[in-house]
Write a protein that binds this ligand. Sequence first.
Ligand code: MIG
Length: 652
Amino acid sequence: MITRYTIGNPIETESVITDIPLDKGDIPFWTRKDDEKSLSISLAEDARVFGLGETIRGINKRGWVYDSNCTDDPVHSEDKHSLYAAQNFFIISSSEQTFGTYIDTPGKVRFDIGYTEMDRFAIRFEDFDADIYIIQAPGMVDIVKEFRKIIGKSYIPPKWAFGFGQSRWSYMTADEVREVADKYEEAGIPIDSIYLDIDYMERFKDFTINAEAFPNFEEFVSEMKNRDIHLVPIIDAGVKIEDGYDVYEEGVEKDYFCKKEDGERLVAAVWPGRVHFPDFLDENARKWFGEKYKILIDKGIDGFWNDMNEPAIFYTEDHLSEVFEKIDDYKGKNLDIHDFFDFKDLTGSISNNAEDYKRFYHNYHGKKIRHDKVHNIFGYNMTRAAGEAFDRLCPDRRILMFSRSSYIGMHRYGGVWCGDNMSWWSHLLLNIQQMPALNMCGFLYCGADIGGFGADTTEDLMMRWTEFGIFTPLFRNHSALGTRRQELYRFKNIPAFKKMIELRYALIPYLYSEFMKAAQENDMLFKPLSFEYPTDKDAFEVEDQLLVGESIMIAPIYKQNARGRYVYLPEDMKMLRFRAYNDYDEDNMTVGHHYIKTSLEEVLVFVRKGHVLPMAEPAVRAMKVDDTNLNYITFDTTPDTYRLYKDDGVSR
Ligand code: MIG
């Protein structure tokens, strides 16, 4: 059962696509305080909170403050409050009550989940305008399914996007890309895609190609396609200001860029230098920008990633000149300590400055709305621009699309990657913990940068992260400029990496089936244990194991030098300790806590009672995996049937 309540005059986000009649009564469960612009609820001792999509910290969100405020922050440490997404759906579950809440507003919301007061969950709004949905159903999975019904079906990528992808900021030339493909092929490691980061463009201009570094781009795309490797270029939110650049000139002519109060176009700076932001909230601008993807689709491209769409702002021209003026004031003066820190802050707070988000406006449903009021739906609408265009341009085939910034509703148009994580062991755990929360909010095609984006990775971190990544739909190794190279063939134990990637490919029939069923039935691919074992108190606290699809549980190792780990079994299961898809120990294990030894090159999979894990022979490309000749691993001798999903992998 879903009921809808309204506070104030919310700005429509178009995340909910089903008409839910408005209930004029009090919002159940929550205490509303208009003077504090808050909703709050007391948390029972055993209450747990799940959801909020891509955030920091654990599966149970209790004990911290989470701000819904899409932010480009490359340091995802425990003390932060926001990452790139705003996904305001969560479930509170205790022995007294279990229900879901969706806070639908494009503005800023603070979720104080037992932080100010340990036994109180307070939601504080910057503007007290929101649609509130209360979702009640017997179990947590049911609540999620009810919620997902009203927000529409999740985005489905082409099947090749379930293969392994290699990325780097950046492969600078076509030859460098060829070398990556060659090296993977020489090593016999399966691969389906290679990503093009910003340097494939001419001076970072969207929808252009650097013709010196990538001559005859179209031929290059088809050369790679003949090797069954998909090139996936990045698209940034900002459009470079440059005379003669058609996207810029058209945007100016048609008035599709965001403007300031005085009607001048906002000038921000990002990678291309000075840019304008397309007004993705304006339907016409959205249509226009979406159409631009055709430029690359016509060159044979069939996948994209949308970046910098929070939007990230290095600086705005206006703010920068204000800063220079103030610095001028300090020039030649003897700074006291307060002045010194003010001075330091002046430059330290230039990027992604909150004031800058108040400097420009959108034309949204015919109204002029200041950006900060709709900040959280900007990236969503950039990806929607692409998704709606793909519906028109390629109605018969799927295009890969995932975004950095997101809001619920965007899950209909693309997946997400979790942004600039670090090559830290704690971020491998974070990746594990983010997946079920993302799934709850409708984001099924997702994953994080395997091996870590920022900082230098190590071979063992790369191995362990790969051992988890083989289960995530988006399975991409990506790393930042200036960090240690982390293509798998650069490490010592290439055969072990090869075996792990092969294991992924052997699992594709299962992962693809489970993904497609989750997309069609509004289910989650990744579930915390307590979603499936709701009365098992021991399962409540498990923060580092997940159910993946209906048949298996995984228990990734995310600690350096660990050669084993504690695993909790909520029921009897068959343990598979894989060294390769066709080389594994199996053990029937009983319910309870176990310590399980696991070498660096082994991955643990637990098959559930009455379920079936289909496995294929791996192939070097996702589309070449033979799903007609499967090996079925079961725990019981009399398993239930398994619903294997098959299709051509591209049509809609
Ligand atoms: O300011 O395009 O999250 O994946 O490699 C950095 C360069 C911009 C941020 C993305 C990252 C990408 C990088 N981008």
